[in-house]
Design a protein around this ligand. Structure first.
Ligand code: SAH
Ligand code: SF4
Length: 359
């Protein structure tokens, strides 16, 4: 049985400056006898200016730069092992090497005039959803906050080189963000810090397979990111066949947590529904979903199944998807059919597996 408690991880990797808070920078600078104002300058150079060699920043006095040259506080960008671009040019996928040789995938998507970074929160995933390539490949390790931030910075630097700014992030890459809660929350604090990248809270969407304890914690901590909850089934039996975590928290418990989230934060929830032909794309299922969500502040994202090696199901046709959407509308539930993007480079939802360093 999957545990709700993540395997031990620190919220930030102690030796990676990218995971340090501005306060930690000040403390460390103070330990070298350097004023906190210089720590703030350095923080802004790294997090807002996206400067890699921040210790050589001309904004720091010569004497400070000399003192900093003595310590190993280098910001090391993640190396690109492989980069792929989709034929339509809207999606770019990066296989990035973490400092211990582990690899994760990060995606840059252009969709409806928006540029979005799709970021991984774990190497692999322990949740075992049957239709997901990440789930099929199993769990390798938690990512540190610094490694989550580093992925955003990778995309931000590419955009900056083209005169663009990263404004949207979805935590929909590899892994289950709420199974790595502390590191994810810490990364969100860094990414939204007003003197750093200053991403708007509601432009960061956290997608969860439905870890009830984590959803409640997000609500109770007053976190302001957008929340997406992956459903895929409107009855426990149907959902459990696709998403094993449903056996830990059933739909009634999940719906309770979602109501609590909306009541506490005032926010609507995006419910993700992967449409699998003949499985969960029929009119009765749409009606059951409509009933399930009747008292939720909900928007449903319908995602035609993307192909993965370990699952034989097929995507619902567009006609079936539209009919499904129509029935949801009759139940008063708004929905969007997601355009498929990046399928030719396996960068679509649930297709990220990420080769290991040995590949
Ligand atoms: N672990 C989180 C976020 C990563 S998965 C979660 O499960 O929500 C991001 C989204 O992709 C989820 O909604 C997931 O259900 C969906 N997904 C997984 N495999 C898919 C596939 N093969 N086709 C389409 N969507 C898929
Ligand atoms: Fe993990 Fe999400 Fe894939 Fe499920 S769908 S295996 S929770 S990444």
């Amino acid at each position: 049985m999957i545990s709700a408690t993540p395997a031990a991880t620190s919220a930030s990797s102690a030796d990676d400056p990218l995971g340090w808070t501005p306060e930690e920078w000040r403390t460390r600078f103070a330990s070298l006898g350097i004023k906190s104002a210089h720590a703030d300058t350095a923080w802004a150079a790294v997090h807002r200016g996206l400067v890699v060699d921040w210790r050589a920043s001309p904004a720091l006095p010569e004497s400070v730069r000399r003192a900093l040259a003595e310590v190993d506080w280098a910001v090391r960008p993640l190396a690109v092992v492989r980069e792929q671009a989709s034929v339509d040019g809207f999606t770019r996928k990066f296989l990035l090497r973490l400092h211990d040789g582990e690899t994760v995938e990060t995606v840059l998507m252009r969709y409806r005039g928006r540029v979005t970074a799709c970021i991984s929160t774990q190497a692999g995933c322990a949740m075992g959803c049957v239709f997901c390539a990440t789930g099929q490949s199993g769990f390798r390790r938690q990512l540190h906050a610094a490694e989550i931030v580093a992925q955003a910075m990778h995309v931000a630097r590419i955009l900056a080189a083209a005169g663009e700014r990263l404004r949207n992030i979805v935590l929909m890459g590899q892994g289950e963000p709420l199974h790595n809660y502390d590191a994810v929350a810490h990364a969100l604090d860094l990414l939204t810090h007003e003197r750093g990248m200053a991403l708007a809270h509601d432009r960061i969407t956290l997608s969860t397979v439905g870890l009830v304890s984590g959803i409640r914690r997000l609500a109770d901590e007053g976190r302001r990111c957008s929340l997406a909850v992956s459903l895929h089934g409107a009855t426990d039996a149907e959902r459990n066949a696709l998403v094993p975590i449903g056996r830990r928290w059933n739909l009634a418990e999940l719906m309770d947590a979602c109501r609590h989230y909306t009541a506490t934060t005032g926010r609507k929830i995006f419910f993700e529904w992967t449409l699998i032909e003949g499985h969960n794309d029929g009119p009765e299922t749409a009606a059951a979903l409509g009933k399930l969500l009747v008292d939720q502040h909900a928007h449903v994202n319908l995602i035609p199944l993307n192909p993965t090696e370990g699952f034989t199901g097929r995507a619902a046709s567009l006609d079936r998807a539209k009919r499904f959407q129509e029935i949801l509308r009759e139940h008063g539930i708004p929905s969007t059919i997601r355009q498929r993007r990046g399928i030719d480079i396996a960068a679509g939802c649930g297709q990220l597996a990420g080769a290991s360093a040995a590949d």
